[in-house]
Design a protein around this ligand. Sequence first.
Ligand code: ADP
Ligand code: MG
Length: 267
Amino acid sequence: MEDTGGQELQMEKLKLAVAGKGGVGKTTIAGTLARLLAKEGHGVIAVDADPAMNLKFALGIKESPPPISELKNLIFERTGAYTGTGIYKLNPKVDDIIERYGAKGPDGVVLLVMGTIDKGGSGCICPESAFLRSLLRHVIFKGNTVIMDMEAGIEHLGRGTAKGVDLMLTVVEPGMRSIETVGRIKQLGEDIGIKNIAGVINKATDSEMIIEIERKLEELDIPLLGVVPYDPALIKADMEGKAPLDVGGEAVERIKGIKKKIFSAFV
Ligand SMILES: Nc1ncnc2c1ncn2[C@@H]1O[C@H](COP(=O)(O)OP(=O)(O)O)[C@@H](O)[C@H]1O
Ligand SMILES: [Mg+2]
């Protein structure tokens, strides 16, 4: 696409990371946002960076692409790690990976599955993680819209990559544990240089609870971007193996509202 410098181009390049405790609704929200943006014609890359690897369901993709971390031969070849010297490249060639290993889904979304890395002790500096970090850096700094479904630890994001993220959306559900997790994520995010963090309340049931969580988010200095109600339609979608967007309902409507807010506030 031509560099027009216009609003449309900027929107084309939104980089969003979705994080939070397990089970709060990260994948549901990330997948639905990715599909909504793709429907509008944006070139969207959806990155599954959670070891649970279920973003494909939220996108409505049946055939999973291979988790990149499992492409050992490719990783060893590209990083030069096969020499057995213990020395490998930190900037391996990755520019063909989206094309080769991304899965095309509904509305043209492209899914990349990062996979898991066996860390074996404290903090792994290994070819696999060098490769995934390079790939994520490439994806972030390329001219696509990127929606990343993260894990609570946000570990795939290095400092360099974090700079390219426009907004980290933290998802909370009613309950203290998910709010504590968001507090930790905010700290981690700031440490690696994430510029903007906002919160979404998911699975909301009553207004008193919402006010209470809002207050907690305020204490953490995290602006609230939207509230998604608890919606049985999402359970139905899950049971039927359909993407939330293909089933619809109040939760999906609210996620549409969040998408609009992201653009007015951060892009
Ligand atoms: N607003 C909601 N209402 C009802 N169920 C929801 C809602 N959001 C998510 N869920 C369900 O909760 C479960 C966990 O959601 P998921 O998006 O996989 O969470 P995470 O990615 O944070 O682990 C899924 O079964 C999903 O269908
Ligand atoms: Mg998930």
